[in-house]
Design a protein around this ligand. Structure first.
Ligand SMILES: [Zn+2]
Length: 493
C-alpha cells in the first residue's frame, strides 16, 4: 500500500504545484488545525460526548463558538442549535466479576474485557450463568432459546448478533436480535442480568464495545446488561472457548436452541440513571449563497458530534468516531468562510446529535428543516475520517456522477481514494438518501480498528490523511455549490 509520504515525494518530484498556491481555502485545512479540534472534542471533560450530558453540551458550545467566530449565520431554531430530545442513560458505575468454571474469581477490566450496554438497567446481579443461545424468545415464530429452561434468578449469556440463518417462517429476525428486545426477553423469563458476547465462530475475536444502539421498546431499567469478550465468556464453560464455540456451531447447524446451564457464575453491578427525553441539539451554521438564482438551493455538509459517552471512570473518546468528522466539518466551514470562495449556493454545516443511538439528529434535521430550502442539491457526510491510510467515498453506487466528481478531484491531488464504494447513504447520510437527496459519505480506510473502544484516541489518527480527505471534501463541496455539478445531469466545467 502506497504511503502518503512517498506519494508527496513523488508529487514534488513530478513538479506538481502545492495545492495551497492555487487554493487558500484548501490551504487553511491543516493537520494542526484538525488535530487541535480533535483534541478539544476528545478531552476527558467532554466525557465521550453523550447527548444530554454536560460534556456533549460543551462540544455543542465549542462548535457554535467556532461558527460564530467564522461569521456564519445561525441555522438552528434556537440560534446555532436545532433542539431535539432523546433517551439518555448515565452510567455512573459498573463492575463485572466472573467465577470461572474452574472456580477462579476474575474481576474483568471495564473498557477492555467488558462494557455495559449503553441502555443497561441498574442493579446488582450475583448468580449462576445460563447460556441462552441468541437470547431470542419467539415461540409463535418457531424459535425459543428459553424453551424448557428455568432462568429465574439467573444471569443469562446470549450471542449478541442475530443468527445468520432465517427463522422457520422466513420472515427474518426484525428488531428481536437487538439488545433491548433481548433484555426484555431475559427479564420476562425472570433473569436478573444479561451478558452479551460476540459470535465465537463466525466473527474474528472481537473486543467488548460500548454501544448505545439498543433497539425499540421500553427501557428495561431493572436488568443490568453488559457485553464481554469471547475469551472472558468462554471461562464460564468447563471446556473453555472450544466448548462455547461448539455450542454455537451446533446451534447454527441445527438452526435450533442449544441452551444450557453453565458451571460459571457472575456478579454484575451497575449504577445507571435513565431519562426518556433528555434535551440536546444539532449545531447548524449557514453560509448564505450569493447567486440570486441559486441561493435557495443548498449543500449540506455534516458529521456527527456525539459518541457513546463514559461508564464510571472510563471515557470512550471517539477520536476517529467522530471527533475527526466533526473537526472536518469545522475545517470546511473555515475554508469556505476564509478561503475567498463566494458560494453561489448556500452551504449548511451541521453537527448531528445521536448518530450512535440510531441517526436521531440527522433524521430530525431531515424531518424538521429549520430553514426550508427550495432544494437540497447534495449532502456530504464525514464519519470516521482519520484512521488508516486511504480514502473511501460511499454513495457512488447510487450517485455515480457525484462520486466521479470526487474521485476525479482526488486523482488530480492526493490520489488516496480507493475504488470501493457502496449504494445508498449510510449512517447520517441515510435519512438524506431516503429523502431523495444525493449523498457522498467520506470515510478513511481501514478506519475501524478502534471502533467503539476506549482506545479510539487522537494518537491513533493519521493527521496527513485527515488533511487530504478534508481537502478533498472541500474541493468537492466547492464544485457542487459553484454549479459545476448540476445534480442528476452532467458535470459542466
Ligand atoms: Zn460514527
Amino acid at each position: 500500500m502506497r504511503t502518503l509520504a512517498l506519494l508527496l515525494v513523488a508529487l514534488a518530484a513530478a513538479g506538481a504545484a502545492p495545492a495551497h498556491e492555487a487554493d487558500p481555502g484548501a490551504a487553511s485545512i491543516t493537520p494542526e488545525n484538525l488535530m487541535a479540534d480533535v483534541r478539544a472534542l476528545t478531552a476527558p471533560e467532554l466525557g465521550g460526548r453523550l447527548p444530554g450530558t454536560a460534556g456533549y453540551d460543551e462540544a455543542m458550545r465549542f462548535c457554535s463558538e467556532r461558527f460564530a467566530s467564522l461569521g456564519l449565520t445561525p441555522g438552528g431554531d434556537d440560534g446555532w442549535l436545532q433542539r431535539l430530545t432523546m433517551e439518555l442513560n448515565r452510567i455512573d458505575g459498573c463492575e463485572l466479576t466472573l467465577v470461572g468454571a474452574d472456580g477462579v474469581v476474575e474481576p474483568l477490566a471495564l473498557g477492555s474485557d467488558f462494557a455495559c450496554r449503553g441502555f443497561t438497567g441498574s442493579g446488582v446481579a450475583d448468580a449462576p450463568v445460563v447460556f441462552v443461545g441468541y437470547g431470542l424468545s419467539l415461540p409463535e415464530r418457531g424459535h425459543d432459546d428459553y424453551a424448557g429452561l428455568d432462568v429465574r434468578g439467573k444471569i443469562v449469556l446470549a450471542i449478541k448478533p442475530a443468527p445468520k440463518w432465517e427463522p422457520v417462517d422466513g420472515e427474518g429476525w426484525g428488531d428481536a436480535h437487538l439488545p433491548r428486545p433481548k433484555a426484555r426477553a431475559a427479564r420476562d423469563h425472570g433473569a436478573v442480568g444479561l451478558l452479551l458476547v460476540p459470535h465465537p465462530v463466525a466473527m474474528r475475536p472481537q473486543p467488548a464495545i460500548a454501544s448505545v444502539l439498543h433497539g425499540p421498546g421500553e427501557q428495561v431499567g431493572d436488568l443490568p446488561q453488559a457485553e464481554l469478550t469471547t475469551a472472558a465468556a468462554a471461562r464460564l464453560c468447563a471446556g473453555g472457548l472450544p466448548e462455547l464455540a461448539g455450542l454455537v456451531a451446533a446451534m447454527d447447524e441445527a438452526k435450533a436452541p442449544a441452551s444450557r446451564e453453565l458451571p460459571g457464575r457472575a456478579r454484575l453491578a451497575v449504577d445507571a440513571a435513565y431519562e426518556p427525553a433528555a434535551p440536546t441539539a444539532n449545531v447548524v451554521g449557514l453560509l448564505p449563497g450569493t447567486d440570486p438564482e441559486l441561493r435557495d438551493e443548498c449543500l449540506v455538509i455534516g458529521g456527527h458530534l456525539d459518541h457513546v459517552g463514559r461508564q464510571g471512570e472510563v471515557v470512550w473518546p471517539g477520536a476517529n468516531d467522530n471527533a475527526s468528522g466533526a473537526a472536518s466539518v469545522l475545517a470546511l466551514a473555515r475554508a469556505f468562510a476564509e478561503g475567498g470562495v463566494l458560494p453561489r449556493r448556500t452551504v449548511v454545516f451541521v453537527l448531528f446529535a445521536g448518530e450512535e443511538q440510531g441517526l436521531n439528529g440527522a433524521r430530525w434535521f431531515v424531518a424538521h428543516p429549520a430553514r426550508p430550502f427550495e432544494r437540497t442539491i447534495a449532502m456530504l457526510n464525514l464519519d470516521c475520517v482519520a484512521h488508516g491510510d486511504s480514502i473511501q467515498i460511499g454513495g457512488g453506487g447510487s450517485q455515480p456522477v457525484l462520486w466521479n466528481l470526487a474521485r476525479g478531484l482526488d486523482a488530480a491531488q492526493a490520489r488516496l481514494s480507493t475504488a470501493r464504494t457502496w449504494p445508498g447513504g449510510g449512517a447520517d447520510a441515510e435519512p438524506f438518501h431516503e429523502a431523495g437527496v444525493p449523498t457522498l459519505y467520506f470515510a478513511s480506510t481501514p478506519s475501524y480498528k478502534h471502533l467503539h473502544q476506549a482506545t479510539d484516541a487522537p494518537e491513533t489518527l493519521n493527521p496527513m490523511l485527515h488533511k487530504e480527505l478534508t481537502r478533498l471534501a472541500y474541493r468537492t463541496a466547492v464544485d457542487i455549490v459553484q454549479g459545476w455539478y448540476i445534480g442528476e445531469g452532467e458535470k459542466s466545467r
